[in-house]
Design a protein around this ligand. Sequence first.
Ligand SMILES: N=C(N)NCCCC(=O)O
Ligand SMILES: [Zn+2]
Ligand SMILES: [Zn+2]
Length: 328
Amino acid sequence: MPRVTRPDANTDNTATPPVGQTDGQASPRYAGLTTFARLPRIHDVPRHDVAVAGVPFDAGVTFRPGARFGPSAIREASRLLRPYNPQLDVMPFRDQQVVDAGDLACNPFDIAAASKEIEEGAYELIRDGARLVTLGGDHTIAYPLLRAMNRVHGPVALVHFDAHLDTWDTYFDAPLTHGTPFRRAAEEGLFLPGSSAHVGIRGSLYDLQDLSSDAELGFTIVHCADLETLSVRDVVTRLRQTIAEAPLYVSVDIDVLDPAHAPATGTPEAGGMTSRELLGIIRGFKGLNLVGADVVEVSPAYDHADITSVAAANVAYEFVSLCAGGRR
Ligand SMILES: N=C(N)NCCCC(=O)O
Ligand SMILES: [Zn+2]
Ligand SMILES: [Zn+2]
């Protein structure tokens, strides 16, 4: 397990046990300042194995805005997360040091500048081998996150859960938007063609060619309609064959869920996955070398009873839990 020691830490306590959640028996879960899962902030501890960071950026959206408020809503929903994950049989906050690294500040008016800032901010968190779980933000941020991952791990197997391909080329001539991050990533060889997949694709497209030009980038697709015949276990088997031994990056656009399970998102599409299916497939990655993950496109102003933020917080919890899990 990679262990990062900050040079500015005043003690050498790499041997001390991880600092976990604020005890919900000592301070009620709804009390106190908000961090992901009531975990310590990055500067409260001398090292981290896993950083959870927000990226409050939504200048890349093509329809409803508001994903800049995703990180804070997901953190609020994460207050309810408990220390033991029974499905994966791990104590994710005991077996590794997980921290809330705060938000990566980025320019809301200049997408290219923001992309550089996100890449550098992410790289600082992972450069010594820690894993990163990012709370978006719109899907544009996956591109700088993949760039940061590549600086440490080289090209990754990319599993992308989304209603949308996000491999379109430009919008209004803009090359970097939430509909284009994976085409930009493909152009730079940031993921491994043949080891990468989209999951949950559905809804209307612009053109018949959208699917074939996506396939040229090296993705296989588990369409949402495939879930009518494939079980969660079948999908996991298929994805594990695709990923094989490669370092794995998982990007979850929350709109992969049906709008009934995630109403608060910018480009909702009917006929989506259930949150149970999504969580089940992610848990199926146990034992793989997950180096990073994101959950994006939560736009809380469109939420009802925090349905979407709760789903996203639980997705992030599974990611952190996978980081703690041993090889299967
Ligand atoms: N990444 C998300 N959520 N949406 C992309 C949709 C782009 C489009 O409708 O053209
Ligand atoms: Zn989407
Ligand atoms: Zn997307």
